[in-house]
Design a protein. Structure first.
Length: 245
């Protein structure tokens, strides 16, 4: 009796340490433990990125001189828009070299946070709060669903080519809008499709986090999820702002 009780207690401890069960069917106990540690590390970095973005955005919104400087200097604003794309290259190269990986990650996050802050400063506070709440709800729901589906043996790797093709079309459509502005209905459809694409990317990248990212790719995994969340937030913000107008 004592032996069986000890085994049951050990199983209970294993379930707690493993994060309430195995991540997906067929994974070994040791691999499951390592993967849960990796996931916690990635989400810790992601939380720090979101916190930095929130602080920078709040400073820009609350401190008018910074917002006026960014809005009044189109050259500086254009530079800030392209800076994250420039920083992606060294971030990818040095993603496994500490502490350079965290230095470039901080610069990348801060540069994106400035553009997000400008977008929030030029939007009514009520709309920003609504976008934040909606984004949080969608991200939590999609993340929870992906973990649940993965535990049931479902795989979302097939979404990769579909989402990439959709994103390319989305980017080119955005460039076309710069020269040939679309009507209000077309803009609404474009924003809705953008939200669906970035929601799909949250599921796809979360699935990669569970199954495919290697343990030394924690920086790149956090970057992909951060971009998914940020793009979804900006898309929802644009939809609500357009609807309010």
């Amino acid at each position: 009796m004592y032996g069986f009780s000890g085994v049951d207690d050990m199983k209970g401890n294993i379930d707690i340490e493993a994060g309430d069960g195995m991540l997906y069917p067929g994974i070994g106990y040791g691999e499951n433990q390592l993967r849960w540690g990796f996931i916690r590390k990635v989400y810790g970095i992601l939380a720090a990125q979101i916190l930095l973005t929130t602080v920078v955005s709040a400073v820009i919104v609350l401190y008018a001189p910074i917002n006026d400087l960014l809005r009044g200097n189109s050259g500086l604003l254009l530079f800030l828009l392209f800076t994250p794309f420039i920083l992606l290259w060294p971030l990818h190269i040095y993603q496994q070299k500490h502490p350079l990986n965290f230095v470039f990650l901080g610069l990348f996050t801060a540069s994106l946070s400035l553009t997000v802050g400008v977008a929030c400063a030029n939007t009514e506070g009520r709309i920003v709060l609504e976008a934040l709440i909606l984004t949080s709800a969608v991200v939590l729901a999609l993340t929870g669903y992906t973990f649940w589906a993965s535990k049931k043996g479902r795989d979302f790797s097939y979404l990769g080519p579909i989402l990439f093709t959709s994103l390319i079309v989305l980017v080119f459509t955005g460039f076309i809008q710069m020269f040939f502005p679309l009507g209000s209905t077309s803009v609404a459809m474009y924003s809705a499709i953008s939200a669906m694409i970035f929601s799909g990317y949250i599921v796809y990248d979360t699935d990669n986090l569970i199954k495919r990212f290697t343990y030394d790719q924690y920086i790149w995994a956090s970057v992909t999820l951060y971009l998914d969340v940020l793009n979804l937030f900006l898309t929802i913000l644009r939809i609500l702002r357009h609807g309010d107008n």
